[in-house]
Design a protein around this ligand. Structure first.
Ligand code: THU
Length: 160
């Protein structure tokens, strides 16, 4: 028997330390929380995507009285970007969440379903997706979804 040891590299920094590009994307994600429809959870999430052509596309969570019919901010943003720019790779996504009137202290990390969607994005465009998770106290950044979802299921798995 052997063991497989995976390493996870996460950059941790504060807003003031981030680059101008990242600041802009975080600002867009924070602003996108305003459009969230979250009457059931009260958790308003915003996501902002940077495309390889320099355009920014945003999204926010959209809830439903039939809970599973709602969708997370990340997927609203990703599907919106892909529907408008089907041939343009997504290079970065920033995520922020507003709860009880203030942005969360901890970084807002994507749920499992959104992580799976992000794996598809990396495979579809054959390019890494940087993920910036905003928190008032600290920001987490990973260079690829493979960091957050190693050993993922993909198109390759279907052909084995
Ligand atoms: N949510 C997101 O939009 N993104 C995340 O990364 C985590 C959770 C939404 C789903 C639901 O509308 C609310 O936040 C509470 O789970």
């Amino acid at each position: 028997m052997e063991s497989l040891n995976l390493t996870t590299k996460i950059l941790v920094y504060g807003y003031e330390e981030s680059t101008e590009d990242i600041k802009k994307l975080i600002d867009e994600a924070k602003s996108a929380t305003k459009g969230a429809y979250a009457p059931y959870s009260g958790f308003h999430v915003g996501a902002a995507i940077m495309l390889a052509n320099g355009k920014i596309v945003t999204g926010n969570n959209q809830e439903n009285a039939a809970y599973p019919s709602g969708l997370c901010a990340e997927r609203v943003a990703i599907f919106s970007a892909n529907s408008q720019y089907p041939d343009i790779a997504i290079t970065t996504i920033a995520i922020a969440a507003l709860h009880n009137g203030s942005f969360t202290d901890s970084p807002c990390c994507p749920c499992g379903g959104c992580r799976q969607t992000m794996v598809e994005i990396e495979n579809r465009f054959d390019s890494p997706l940087r993920i910036v998770m905003y928190g008032e106290e600290k920001i987490y950044e990973v260079e690829s979804i493979k960091t957050l979802l190693p050993l993922s299921f993909s198109e390759k798995s279907l052909s084995e």
